[in-house]
Design a binder for this molecule. Structure first.
Ligand code: IMP
Ligand code: MG
Length: 184
């Protein structure tokens, strides 16, 4: 389909139905692993919000939900590697079991920073990560593998279901590849 700007085209990579099925599977696994253990999820804004709300609806009750926001400043579609925290979680995370909810792991800079930040500043009982998407071929820093991954995808710039390009396209109900005229 046509994008919103001239020369942009969107190709569906993961349909809304595929997302639904996979998120249910992830939730089943998480519910099993945390059975009887209180869980606090910390969702990264803004990209992971659609994923978090669908995942959380499938998780066992008793769940606590908090947010943080990190930015890695860069131009266009490439991360600079310099990560800054714009918004902190509001809960006391000490001795809690934390599950960080991410939209996508690309270079690995953001998740490396967030894991480290939570561990050093909040002294939780445990920290795990669930990411909807992973682009393993793009790693610039070595990071431990995520405990839960929705889809491992090739090196494409993707949008939709929370993911943006210049703040647009987050509300698409599927994951799409954004192509620009020069590479069509
Ligand atoms: P990092 O490079 O692993 O630090 O990823 C940083 C952030 O860049 C992610 O949390 C996303 O917000 C964003 N990002 C990385 N790849 C994509 C993509 O393909 N589409 C949209 N955003 C992306
Ligand atoms: Mg993100």
């Amino acid at each position: 389909m046509q994008g919103i700007n001239k020369g942009e085209r969107i190709e569906v990579m993961i349909t809304a139905d595929q997302l639904k099925v996979r998120i249910k599977e992830l939730a089943e696994q998480i519910n099993k692993d945390y059975e009887g253990t209180p869980l606090t999820i910390v969702c990264t804004l803004k990209g992971a919000i659609f994923f978090m709300t669908d995942l959380a609806r499938e998780l066992s009750p008793g769940l606590e939900i908090d947010f943080f926001k990190a930015s890695s400043y860069g131009d266009g579609t490439v991360s600079s590697g310099k990560v800054e925290l714009d918004m902190q979680p509001t809960f006391e995370l000490k001795d809690r079991n934390i599950l960080i909810i991410e939209d996508i792991i690309d270079s690995g800079h953001t998740i490396a920073f967030l894991r480290d930040f939570i561990a050093k500043n909040h002294h939780p009982a445990s920290v795990k990560v669930v990411t909807l998407l992973d682009k393993p071929s793009r790693r610039a820093v070595e990071v431990p593998p995520c405990e839960y991954t929705g889809f491992s995808i090739p090196d494409e710039f993707v949008i939709g279901y929370g993911l943006d390009y210049a703040q647009k396209y987050r509300n698409l109900p599927f994951i799409g590849i954004l192509r620009f005229e020069e590479d069509i």
